[in-house]
Design a protein around this ligand. Sequence first.
Ligand code: SF4
Length: 317
Amino acid sequence: MSSHLALKKMSNLEKTDPGRTVTTLIDADRCIGCGMCTLVCPLQTLAIEDGKAVIRGTDSLNCDHCAAVCPTEAIQVASIDSSLYRFKTFSANCSWLPHGRFDTASLVNLMGSRRSCRNYTSQSVDRELLEDLVKIGILAPSGSNCQPWTFTLLPDRAAVSRLGQQVGDFFRKINRMAEKRWLRWGLKLFGKPELDNYYRLHHATVKMGLYAWDKQERDLLFHGATAAIVVAARNDASCPSEDALLATGQILLAAHTMGLGTCLIGFAIEAMQRDRSIVRNLGIPEQETAYTVIALGWPDETYQRIAGRRPVTIRYA
Ligand code: SF4
């Protein structure tokens, strides 16, 4: 997207996003006028007048920074759902962890230990766990704090298989098209090499996956996962794909701490982004785009050590 279009989209969002209505409430009796809330407010919604915090802006990100920083609990942001920090499967510590106060080595150990899981047991995943994962996902940052994400839960193997069937049907059609050499070459001649590229890179793998699904009752797409989460985001957000991916990253890590295996299913997203009927069948409205499909389940695999990474490019500019 060009910077001009991106800016236009952001300014449109600012005009229309109901999430930007000011819902901040200040208890003047508690306020000691320290000014901390004004320092952390991204939009100058708050100001200090006559030694007290007051609302001066007409716009708010409703990020809750002001309430979180206030030493006297003088601020409430009415649009914040504080129950979101109450999880069903564990208790969370809601005190703020100061910068540098967490063990980096433990975090790296967690990040390195999460692997894409392709072997699951048949045990189902409790809905409470799935809902807690969503609540963890939304702790991620989002552009202009607009939190445009939505989460569609596929809570059992039957739901996952239904999605797998539709994704399979989509790729069956693409494979049939790609098998027509004249079509691949014709499209390439008119500057559209995508079908030919698909044929070279994916056709054989997809054909094998479809054969396994149809003839051997083997699932090479979701690998037998017993649940899935589809992360989508509203199209009118300033950076919906980034926001959805950030939430997804949190879910992947948290799932590992809960003992769950996960895998991002790229083929499913490809099908969903090209065949809108798959998205509609999941109840995801037109105003949203699905960005990730997370397969989930109880892993039936263990590793002896953390896997390595390819050499990384680091630049200074
Ligand atoms: Fe008042 Fe709290 Fe703001 Fe300090 S941070 S000025 S106490 S509302």
